[in-house]
Design a protein around this ligand. Structure first.
Ligand code: NOJ
Length: 564
């Protein structure tokens, strides 16, 4: 594997870490995290091995949707610091070899955005067309709302003019009219600003909704082919910063996701989250049967070599299970979130992984080993590396958005403010900072943090995972997921046991490779510490995996260069 290429298409084997500045580290002691605080923690992230930090929205906001309701695409919310503080942070991150990308939320604005404040005043206001309006009574859209229970229509009638405006999300988040060239100019200008300040790309929020032209005047909608627009946006971003990435949130079946990559041309989004495999990982975990995941991955379409899947098990939203059948979803609910209070929107769980797995560290490690071993780029949500839990006393998705737990001191070391002034309360109980915190994790060779740092190092040393071709090695034992990733003559063999029992695993290390004698004297080189396994002369192997066991191997033939 030629390592040089990996610095070019860097997102193919990055390790992305998502955090919200307001809950990460509070420097000025006012109870809200800030850029100055985050800057003090860049060395923590570098030590973990993170290569790219994804900032959740930091723009001025009334904060009714955790910052996904923006009032100015060109600014930094004053609670988090100044533009200067952001630039200092970017500079410090880059100095430690990390890139920075940011959420970019342009499907909608806050209803307090000056554009909307103007737009709603009258039908002939110059900003009216920044949003999507209709004069006639809208049809029933209650089955289409994204936040069921919180909204019951995609349209809300506005008092001043009696017309309805479109909002795919909450009614305080009116949709921008992306067919309006003035809106597109503003979007490009805002992206241009952040790229100029040193960002290496964006996590594009709600891409299918953003490109959706529903309700927009037919002649205008006809002028804009959504995919042509996305390709144009991608070209623009690349012109401004040749190594900038667009990571899109597109929770759709694979076939449709392929279109958002730009199909075989690969000229739209560089990366997309793999929602399908994420959901099937949970189904497989619930069943202790890896076949659901294996089938999903086998059905995952090939993508352009420049593009990449972003692999994750948790993020800041609910753990959505919307792509599973009702029966499958109930299986996952029963296993990992049986109480009503754990469930949300009828489709997901507002939980973090460790409590879902009952704090079973063996199982937890197996899941992270799996995520890092699947072909793609792993994405972590802050706190996953230390095993943080959720706080079900919080409303909705806020359950998983509690402050980072740095140590066992006051407020978990997040802030020196009075507990009542904190932006969000710390988790209490079993997963509180007394028991789960970064300071302890860093010092304990057996901790999840130490494991995660090792996993990241191994992942980075094995670019076949991000770059290679992937094959499932079918197994007689349903609990086993076995696969290979190969590139440029290098092959990794990766084994995971979804079950509680000891299982036998067997297969061929390189299913269709060369003459049998090529394997005489070859071994599977263990990338952790489980010991090497001799390969049969035809490349076959067999071994046992213990309870929730996992192994990462590199095929090493006689005469191969020493592996890292
Ligand atoms: C997707 C984001 O992940 C979510 O947190 C947000 O509420 C919606 N988009 C609306 O912006």
């Amino acid at each position: 594997m030629r390592i040089a290429e990996t610095s070019d298409l860097w997102w193919k084997n990055a390790v992305i870490y998502c955090l919200d500045v307001e809950t990460f580290f509070d420097d000025d002691g006012d109870g809200t995290g800030d850029f100055a605080g985050l800057t003090q923690r860049v060395d923590y992230l570098a030590a973990l091995g993170v290569t790219c930090i994804w900032l959740m929205p930091f723009y001025p906001t009334p904060d009714r949707d955790d910052g996904y309701d923006v009032t100015d695409f060109f600014g930094v919310d004053s609670r988090l610091g100044t533009l200067g503080d952001l630039v200092e942070f970017i500079r410090a991150a880059k100095d430690r070899g990390m890139r920075v990308i940011a959420d970019f939320v342009v499907n909608h604005t806050s209803d307090q955005h000056p554009w909307f404040v103007e737009a709603r005043k009258s039908t002939d206001n110059p900003f009216r067309d920044f949003y999507v309006w209709r004069q006639d009574t809208p049809p029933d859209t209650s089955s289409e709302v994204v936040f069921p229970g919180e909204e019951n229509s995609l349209w809300t009638q506005d008092e001043a003019t009696g017309e309805w405006y479109l909002h795919m999300f909450a009614k305080h988040q009116p949709d921008l009219n992306v067919t309006n060239p003035k809106v597109r100019d503003q979007i490009a200008k805002a992206m241009g600003l952040w790229l100029e300040l040193g960002l290496d790309g964006f996590r594009l929020d709600a891409v299918p909704f953003f490109l959706e032209t529903r309700g927009q005047p037919k002649d205008e909608a006809a002028n804009i082919d959504p995919h042509a627009y996305l390709a144009a946006l991608r070209s623009f971003v690349s012109r401004r910063n040749g190594s900038a990435v667009l990571l899109g949130e597109v929770n759709l079946p694979y076939k449709e996701q392929l279109e958002y990559f730009g199909g075989p041309d690969g000229n739209e989004l560089n990366m997309q989250f793999d929602f399908m495999s994420m959901q099937h990982i949970y189904l497989s975990l619930a069943r202790q049967d890896a076949r659901a995941l294996a089938e999903t991955l086998k059905s995952r379409p090939a993508i352009h070599p420049d593009n990449q899947w972003a692999m994750f098990v948790r993020n800041h939203d609910e753990l959505t299970l919307d792509k599973l059948s009702d029966g499958e979803r109930q299986e996952v609910f029963a296993a990992f979130g049986p109480e009503k209070n754990m469930q949300i929107y009828g489709r997901g769980l507002r939980r973090r992984l460790p409590p879902m797995l009952g704090g079973d560290m063996e199982r937890l490690r197996m899941v992270y080993s799996l995520i890092f071993s699947l072909p793609g780029t792993p994405v972590l949500f802050y706190g996953e590396e230390i095993g943080m839990g959720e706080d079900l006393r919080q409303k909705g998705r806020a359950a998983v958005r509690t402050p980072m737990q740095w140590n066992s001191e006051k407020n978990g070391g997040f802030s020196s403010a009075k507990a009542s002034d904190l932006v969000a309360p710390l988790v209490r109980g079993e997963y509180g900072p007394d028991r789960v915190n970064a300071a302890a994790g860093k010092r304990d060779p057996e901790s999840l943090f130490t494991f995660m740092a090792t996993l990241i190092a191994r992942y980075r040393e094995a670019p076949e995972l991000g770059w290679g071709s992937f094959a499932v090695i079918d197994q007689p034992e349903p609990a086993v997921f076995a696969h290979t990733c190969s590139a440029d003559g290098g092959t990794l063999v990766l084994l995971h046991n979804f079950g509680e029992g000891t299982v036998k695993v067997s297969g061929k290390a390189v299913p269709d490779d060369g003459p049998a004698h090529a394997f005489r004297g070859a071994v599977l080189l263990d990338l952790f510490d489980g010991g090497n396994v001799a390969l049969d002369s035809d490349g076959g192997f067999s071994l046992e995996l213990g309870r929730y066991g996992y192994r990462w191997f590199r095929v090493h033939r006689k005469g191969d260069r020493p592996a890292p």
